[in-house]
Each structure stands twice: as structure tokens, then as C-alpha cells.
Ligand binder design. Structure first.
Ligand SMILES: [Zn+2]
Length: 391
């Protein structure tokens, strides 16, 4: 049976296994990475009748795939749940307590996004206990590296294509307060380096000041952001369709600047980090190339560019039958999200793709993280209906 206390127990158990992204692991992170949680998930999937496959995406950091096949059905339902969490260094209290109190489960990952992992395991356990077979084929992917470098999701997408699994519906777990999310922006991060020439600062005219040159570039980038804000507005949120599909306008902002090596030296280098949000219809590769061109024109000194993260927007039709059904079950209208998710890697992978999960993004990544048991129950009810289980 699906009870709030069983959901909370599963979730508490998962929160107690640290899985902080190694890129953000500090002294309080415990054993960094998803390795230990992945091992436990593989064991749990197996004990619940799943066929388990592992794919080592990064050394010691495998994606875990659980398959529950039903030879009488052609339908394939899939869920992607990332196992990694953000840093715990700024958290108050024990980040991995998994404390259950006040109708909530506390700790890093509780809402982002071990909650959905707890829900699917509770459902599979209850199905096993009540002797129910899922009416469709089910694939659950517990993936790595969502929070920082985004390598788990593309690996999962390639694996599905290699296995030639014809996915019909794919749910990507993130906290959405159980609302079905059909779109969000993508992002590309670019690092520019301006090269100058260092000389004694008493004779600056003999050198080439990389910081001053970078200032020209910064202003040009700011101008580019303002130009983006004059583009034709996309249709209103929730209505979708058309160019951009309700995702809003692209944005661009400089986030980090480094330059100079001494107080009496003309700086010979200056680096800028730029965050450019991508809307539907834009190709990250083309956006990056255009900004490289812009930088060369705007900067009076030589400038090079390196591309860091490069992730497209996610957008699916806002009015498919599945989306309408999820909206009806959750009592929440289909919407778009302000943040990015693994769904960006899944274009064309399933007939329909939705981001959905219990709890609020407001409780993710903060000094205190929690999810209410009521939200877990609500989401578990939606999943049970989606999977065709009766409790
Ligand atoms: Zn997340």
C-alpha cells in the first residue's frame, strides 16, 4: 500500500546516502559522487523485479537503468531521476539526516530530486506486494551529473537509441509542485580571454591593457542583451506554439571577471564568463559562434573564446493528451520552468516528454532542504494512475 510514512522512509534512507556532485564537494560532502547511491539503487531495482543495466558515464559514477518488461504491451513509459545533489557546505544542520518531522523529510536531495526516486520505489514495492503487473513496459533511469556538467542525460539518451527502445512517455523528475512542465530555456556558458601586453604601469602606453579592452567587450555584450530584449515577444506562458513557445526571450549576462596580476603592472590578460540563456529554435552552437564574432569585432585586442556548458532549450507541445491528463490529475495547469533540466538532452527521444515532480524548487539548493509528505503522496497518486496501478 502507498502510505505517506513508507514514502518518507524510502526518501529518508536515500537522503542518508550522500551523493554530492564531485564538482561541488567540500569537507562536509561525505564520499563525493553518486557511486554509493547508484549501488543501492541497482540493488533495490533488482529486488523489485527489475532487469538492471549499468553504464559508467564518468569513472565511479554510473547511470543505473531498471527495466520492467511487459511482453503483452508495446507501450514504453520512462522516468529520468538524477541522483546527484548540489553542495552541502552552506547547509544548516546535518545535510544527510533524512529527518522526518512536521510532515516533512529534511536533507540535501530531499526535494531535488531523490523524492521521485522514493516514489517510484514505493510504487514498485507496493505493486510487488499486491501482485500487480504493470500494463506497460517501464524504464527507470537513475542518472548522474545533472547539477554541474550535464553528462548523465546525454549518455542515457544515447543508450536508449542503442537499445532502440521506442519510448512513448518520458517524465523527467524535478520539483514542479506536481505541475507538468512542457518547456524551459537552455543555456550556454562562454569564457572569453582578452590578450594584452604587460609592462610597468608607469608607462602604460607601451603595453596593451587587457582589462580596458575587456571593458569594450563587456559593453558590447550588454548591448547584445538589450538587442535580445527587443526581439518579438513569444506567445504568453501556458499557451505555447509559435517561435520560442512561451519560454520568454533569450538573455545574456557577464557573471565572472578575472584580470591583472599586480598593482604596478599593465594586465596582460582578462577573462570573462558569460551566461547566455537559449530559447526554442536557437542552436547553442550557432549562438556561440555569433558571440565569438561579436567579441572579435568589439574588442580592440585579440580575444579567444571557449565554450563550457552547451544545452539547448526544451519545448514540447503544451496540449498533448498525456500533458492534459497529468494536469487534470495534479490540478495544476501545464507550465514552463525558469530553470534547466535533463529534458534538454531528450529531444526526439520519446513521443512526449514532461518535467514533473513533488515539492518546490524554492526548497532546492538552499541552506535547508525539505519536501512535504503531502507532496510525496500527491505525486505517488499521479504516478500510480499514469502506470495503471490500483491501490
Ligand atoms: Zn534537480
Amino acid at each position: 500500500m502507498i502510505t505517506g510514512s513508507r514514502l518518507a522512509e524510502w526518501l529518508s534512507q536515500m537522503v542518508q546516502i550522500p551523493s554530492v556532485s564531485p564538482d561541488q564537494a567540500g569537507p562536509r560532502a561525505g564520499v563525493p559522487g553518486e557511486g554509493r547511491l547508484a549501488e543501492a539503487v541497482a540493488r533495490w531495482f533488482q529486488s523489485l523485479g527489475g532487469e538492471v543495466q549499468q553504464e559508467e558515464v564518468i569513472p565511479g559514477r554510473p547511470n543505473i537503468y531498471g527495466l520492467w518488461r511487459n511482453s503483452h504491451s508495446d507501450r514504453w513509459l520512462a522516468v529520468d531521476i538524477h541522483m546527484d545533489t548540489v553542495s552541502v557546505e552552506q547547509m544548516s544542520g546535518d545535510p544527510f539526516s533524512g529527518r522526518i518531522a512536521d510532515g516533512r523529510v529534511y536533507g540535501r536531495g530531499a526535494v531535488d530530486t531523490k523524492a521521485t526516486l522514493a516514489i517510484v520505489l514505493t510504487l514498485l514495492e507496493a505493486a510487488q506486494q499486491t501482485g500487480q503487473t504493470l500494463p506497460a513496459n517501464l524504464l527507470i533511469a537513475a542518472t548522474v551529473d545533472e547539477e554541474t556538467q550535464f553528462r548523465g542525460a546525454p549518455a542515457f539518451a544515447r543508450w536508449v537509441r542503442r537499445q532502440q527502445l521506442p519510448l512513448d512517455q518520458l517524465a523527467v523528475a524535478e520539483p514542479t509542485m506536481c505541475a507538468p512542465v512542457y518547456g524551459h530555456k537552455g543555456v550556454t556558458r562562454l569564457e572569453f580571454e582578452v590578450q594584452g601586453k604587460s609592462v610597468h604601469s608607469s608607462q602604460p602606453h607601451l603595453g596593451q591593457n587587457a582589462i580596458t579592452a575587456a571593458a569594450h567587450l563587456i559593453l558590447a555584450l550588454d548591448e547584445e542583451h538589450r538587442r535580445l530584449q527587443t526581439l518579438a515577444p513569444s506567445p504568453s506562458e501556458g499557451e505555447g506554439g509559435g517561435e520560442g513557445g512561451g519560454l520568454g526571450l533569450p538573455t545574456l549576462t557577464v557573471t565572472i571577471i578575472h584580470g591583472g596580476t599586480g598593482e604596478n603592472l599593465v594586465p596582460n590578460a582578462c577573462q570573462l564568463l558569460v551566461d547566455r540563456r537559449i530559447v526554442a529554435g536557437e542552436k547553442p552552437v550557432e549562438v556561440a559562434a555569433a558571440l565569438e564574432q561579436l567579441a572579435r569585432q568589439a574588442c580592440p585586442l585579440p580575444v579567444t573564446m571557449e565554450v563550457g556548458l552547451r544545452v539547448g532549450a526544451f519545448l514540447q507541445a503544451p496540449d498533448t493528451p498525456w500533458l492534459r491528463q497529468l494536469a487534470e490529475w495534479s490540478g495544476q495547469k501545464p507550465t514552463v520552468a525558469p530553470y534547466g533540466t535533463n529534458a534538454s538532452a531528450y529531444e526526439g527521444l520519446a513521443r512526449e516528454c514532461v518535467v514533473i515532480g513533488p515539492g518546490s524548487i524554492d526548497q532546492a539548493h538552499g541552506a535547508e532542504e525539505w519536501v512535504t509528505i503531502a507532496e510525496l503522496e500527491k505525486m505517488a497518486g499521479i504516478y500510480a494512475k499514469w502506470w495503471g496501478l490500483r491501490f
